[in-house]
Write a protein that binds this ligand. Structure first.
Ligand SMILES: [Zn+2]
Length: 392
């Protein structure tokens, strides 16, 4: 009896070692090609693979996208992206988490995904993962005009325009156990930035053009990565992180805006970034949400990552400069009010994002402003002016 118990125990342990080994040693699946084919009412997306694969897919609106997440893959050396076809307007890719490669198809119209299949390799051909994207005509053309979407392009564009809401995600910095900077006895940064964010949301959503979300609605602790992920799930068109600064020099005052830049990050800004991100910097340092630079698996992927980032950086900088311009009409700016830094919340390739320091809690004048509901409301209107101009 004893012997057989031992025997089973050994088998049991070996079995688990085997499973663990399997999980670790699994070679990445090679993606050799992505192809598009015309089908009635839409486009078929075919991914050529050399093995079984774990995958997930979803569709997103505003703007319309089809997203495939592939687990543990590498791209063949000869891999190149197919030219956009039919409803597919563009193809991008990145890596939202370790081991996951995400392919994003930008779409001209909303689609229904049908006929999701893995086709076994027949002689000479690869294993294929296939999706049929059928244009959701009911949502873009009335039945009367259903005959041809292409012919009714103008109609489609008009109806799309009137439907689409611009999504703004406002991110009140810190919260819960993380108070941010503070002026002892008077206030914490986390409270002021939440108050301002709520005022901004309230005033901004009076315009039906905008959908507005806050990353936190109360004094709760929200990790940085979750804030950006939240904006991703809401398909944000713009991300605004709200903070207040502190300085050893009580005379330093004024409003400033930061956008992400790898180049031109000045030392002071980098120190500030470390302070704002201090709780999470360690694990997130090399990561850009939505993409993972370490995992870039070749020139091609690097190229797409870089170009997506560049594009969102350009748009962020554009919005930042409009905002600084508008705010300067109403309040004092910090010297060189438009700055660059590597804040974790700015590292997204999918939407333009800025980080605002409303003022300095260490300066008497700024403190008065930060505590004044009147001032916060006035500044919220300058933000709205800037947002209107940017999306005009
Ligand atoms: Zn802060």
């Amino acid at each position: 009896m004893r012997v057989s118990n031992k025997y089973f125990l050994t088998l049991f342990v070996l079995f688990f070692i085997f499973i663990a080994f399997e999980a670790y040693s699994k070679e990445p699946v090679v993606v050799s090609k992505i192809r598009f084919a015309d089908i009635e009412g839409g486009v078929r997306v075919v991914v050529d693979l050399n093995d079984h694969i774990k995958y997930e897919y979803l569709t997103l609106g505003n703007p319309n996208r089809f997203v495939i997440d592939l687990e543990n893959v590498v791209y063949d050396k000869k891999f190149s992206f197919p030219r956009p076809k039919g409803v597919i307007n563009d193809v991008r890719f990145g890596s939202p988490y370790d081991e996951v490669s995400r392919i994003v198809f930008d779409l001209n119209y909303s689609v229904n995904v049908k006929g999701v299949k893995i086709l076994k390799p027949s002689s000479g051909s690869k294993r294929r993962l296939s999706f049929d994207l059928n244009v959701d005509e009911s949502r873009i053309v009335s039945k009367k005009n259903k005959k041809s979407i292409i012919e009714k392009k103008d109609l489609v564009v008009t109806s799309k325009k009137s439907k689409r809401k611009i999504t703004i995600v406002i991110d009140p910095g810190h919260g819960g156990k993380d108070p941010g900077t503070s002026y002892p006895g008077q206030f914490n940064e986390k409270d002021v930035v939440l108050r301002f964010s709520s005022i901004l949301k309230q005033n901004l959503q009076k315009n039906p053009k905008y959908r507005v979300f806050l990353t936190r609605e109360d004094d709760s602790f929200v990790p940085l990565s979750q804030r950006v992920d939240f904006a991703n799930t809401k398909s944000a068109d713009l991300f605004i992180s709200i903070h207040a600064d502190a300085s050893r020099n009580n005379d330093v005052k004024g409003f400033s805006v930061y956008t992400l830049s790898k180049k031109g990050i000045d030392r002071e800004s980098e120190k500030l970034a470390k302070r704002e991100d201090s709780l999470y910097l360690i694990s997130r340092e090399h990561k850009i949400r939505g993409i993972n630079l370490k995992n870039a698996k070749g020139l091609k992927e690097n190229y797409y990552i870089t170009s997506a980032l560049k594009e969102s950086q350009l748009r962020s900088t554009k919005f930042a400069s409009i905002l600084v311009d508008k705010v300067s009409e109403r309040t004092r700016l910090l010297k060189r009010a438009q700055r660059y830094a590597g804040f974790a919340v700015l590292k997204s390739a999918y939407f333009p994002s800025i980080l605002v320091e409303l003022g300095f809690v260490t300066n008497e004048n700024d403190r008065k402003n930060l505590l004044s509901r009147n001032w916060l409301t006035r500044i919220s209107y300058t933000f709205i002016d800037a947002i209107n101009e940017y999306f005009n």
